[in-house]
Design a protein around this ligand. Structure first.
Ligand SMILES: Cc1cc2nc3c(=O)[nH]c(=O)nc-3n(C[C@H](O)[C@H](O)[C@H](O)COP(=O)(O)OP(=O)(O)OC[C@H]3O[C@@H](n4cnc5c(N)ncnc54)[C@H](O)[C@@H]3O)c2cc1C
Length: 386
C-alpha cells in the first residue's frame, strides 16, 4: 500500500518473486512528492538492484562538486565528489511505479485506502472495494495509516522532522553549478540548494520541535541565497531519527517513511525506502512460501538489521553535528578537514557506512571535546530553538 519508492520497490520485487501483487495508491501517477530529489549513490545502487538497470539518464542531473556553508560562511568547495544525482520526484516515482506495474503488479493507483484490518490483512478502499492479502506492506509515507493503526500514531511529534521547499527558477549556470549544503539554516538540520536543469530546488529541514519558526528560517535562507524571501514554499513532515523498532506486526510490514527509515543526519529517505521495500517483499515471499504469512515480520526484522544499525549509528553521531555544544567544533573540523568533508560525501554516495564514519569520528573525538570546551559560551553562532 503506497506506490512511492518503498511501495514500488516492494511491488516490483514481490511480483518478480511470483506473488500476486496489488499496488494501491490514493494518487494517480505521475504524482508529486515534496522532496529535494537528491538521489545518492546509495539510491542509484538500490535502483539497479531492484529494477535491474541504472536510473534512466534523462531523469537525473549528475553533480560532482558540492559547496558547504555554515551560518553564512563558506566551508569550501569539494570539486571531485562521488557522483550525486538530482531528480524531480514527479518523474522518478512515476518511472518506478510504471516498472512495478510492468513486472506484473496490479495497478490500483487513484484508490485511497480508507480503513484496514490487521489480522488477517485487508484493505477497504474509499470506493467501497475490499482487498484481502496474505501479507500487507504499509509503504504509505510519513502519515501512514498502517503505522497509526499499529501504534496509535504515525509518528512522535517530539521527534518528527519537517522540511520546507521551493522550486525556484533555474539559474543560468545551473548545469555547472555545484550542490550547496548549509549547516545552521535550520536547527538540528540544514539547508540545501540543488541546481537542476529545469529548476532550483531550495529547502530547509530539521527536527520540528527544535525549530520554533521554520518559515522565518526559510525566508532568511532564501535571502541568503539572493532569492526573493517571499517565494511561496511547501512543507512536509519527514521522519528524522525515530525509527519504528518493530516495523509491523505478523503479516503487516512497514517500509520507507512509514517505518521511520530516513537518515537522521542527511534526511536521505529514497534509498532506505527502496531498500526496505525490497526487504519487506523478500520477507513476505519467504513467509508465504513457508505457509506462515504471520512470520513475515520476524523474517523482515532479520533482513533489516543493517539498516536499523545504520540509523542508530547516525543518531549517535548527529549529536556531534547538530547539538549547540559540539556544533562549533564540528564546523571548525569540517572547515579544516578535507578528509572529513570527503567522508561525508562518500557516506552519501553509499561508498562507506556510518560504522566507518563512527570510527573516523571517534579518532577525532578528543579534539572535538577540546573544541567544544573552548567554544562553550561562544555566542558568535546562532543557537535558537536548540
Ligand atoms: C522537504 C523534503 C526533502 C527531502 N529531500 C530528500 C532528498 O533530497 N533525498 C532523499 O533521499 N530523501 C529526501 N526526502 C525524504 C523522501 O522524500 C522520503 O523519505 C521518501 O519519499 C519516502 O518514500 P516512501 O515510499 O516511504 O513514501 P512516499 O514517497 O511518501 O510515498 C507514500 C505513498 O503512499 C500514498 N498513500 C498515503 N496514504 C495513502 C492512503 N490512505 N491510501 C493510498 N495511498 C496512500 C501516497 O499517495 C504516496 O504516493 C525529503 C523529504 C522532505 C519532506
Amino acid at each position: 500500500m503506497g506506490a512511492g519508492p518503498a511501495g514500488a520497490a516492494a511491488a516490483r520485487v514481490a511480483a518478480a518473486a511470483g506473488l500476486s501483487v496489488a499496488l494501491v495508491d490514493k494518487a494517480r501517477f505521475p504524482r508529486d512528492k515534496l522532496c529535494g530529489g537528491g538521489v545518492t549513490g546509495r539510491s542509484a545502487l538500490y535502483f539497479r538492484e531492484i529494477y535491474g538497470e541504472d536510473i534512466p539518464a534523462h531523469l537525473i542531473d549528475t553533480k560532482t562538486s558540492v559547496e558547504f556553508h555554515a551560518f553564512g560562511h563558506s566551508l569550501g568547495l569539494l570539486p571531485d565528489i562521488p557522483p550525486m544525482h538530482l531528480a524531480m520526484r514527479v518523474e522518478l516515482d512515476a518511472e518506478m511505479q510504471r516498472r512495478a506495474i510492468r513486472a506484473g503488479a496490479m495497478d490500483l493507483s487513484g484508490c485511497r485506502v480508507a480503513a484496514l484490518d490487521l489480522a488477517p490483512p485487508a484493505l477497504s478502499l474509499a470506493d467501497g472495494r475490499r482487498l484481502r492479502a496474505k501479507v500487507l506492506i504499509g509503504a504509505d509515507g510519513v502519515n501512514s495509516i498502517v503505522a497509526r493503526q499499529l501504534f496509535g500514531q504515525s509518528y512522535d511529534r517530539d521527534q518528527i522532522g519537517f522540511g520546507l521547499e521551493v522550486e525556484a527558477a533555474p539559474g543560468p549556470d545551473n548545469a555547472a553549478a555545484p550542490l550547496r549544503i548549509d549547516f545552521g539554516a535550520a536547527d538540528w538540520g540544514y539547508g540545501w540548494h540543488f541546481p537542476k536543469r529545469g529548476s532550483s530546488t531550495i529547502g530547509i529541514g530539521g527536527v520540528l520541535s527544535r525549530n520554533a519558526d521554520m518559515k522565518a528560517s526559510m525566508a532568511a535562507y532564501l535571502a541568503q541565497l539572493g532569492r526573493d524571501p517571499s517565494l511561496p514554499c511547501k512543507g512536509h513532515h519527514l521522519p528524522f531519527g525515530e525509527v519504528h523498532k518493530r516495523p509491523g506486526h505478523g503479516a503487516v510490514l512497514l517500509a520507507g517513511d512509514a517505518a521511520g527509515l530516513v537518515d537522521p543526519i542527511t534526511g536521505e529517505g529514497i534509498a532506505y525506502a527502496m531498500k526496505s521495500g525490497q526487504l519487506a517483499a523478500l520477507a513476505a515471499a519467504e513467509a508465504i512460501a513457508a505457509g506462515a504469512p504471520a512470520s513475515a515480520l520476524r523474517r523482515y526484522r532479520r533482513r533489516l538489521v543493517p539498516v536499523h544499525r545504520a540509523m542508530r549509528q547516525a543518531r549517535a553521531i548527529r549529536v556531534l553535528i547538530f547539538s549547540p555544544l559540539f556544533r562549533p567544533a564540528f564546523v571548525a573540523a569540517f572547515r579544516s578537514s578535507g578528509r572529513l568533508r570527503h567522508l561525508y560525501m562518500r557516506l552519501l554516495a553509499g561508498e562507506i557506512e556510518y560504522g566507518d564514519m563512527m570510527r573516523a569520528t571517534l579518532r577525532r573525538l578528543p579534539s572535538f571535546l577540546l573544541g567544544a570546551a573552548r567554544n562553550r559560551g561562544d555566542t558568535t553562532q546562532p543557537d535558537q530553538g536548540a
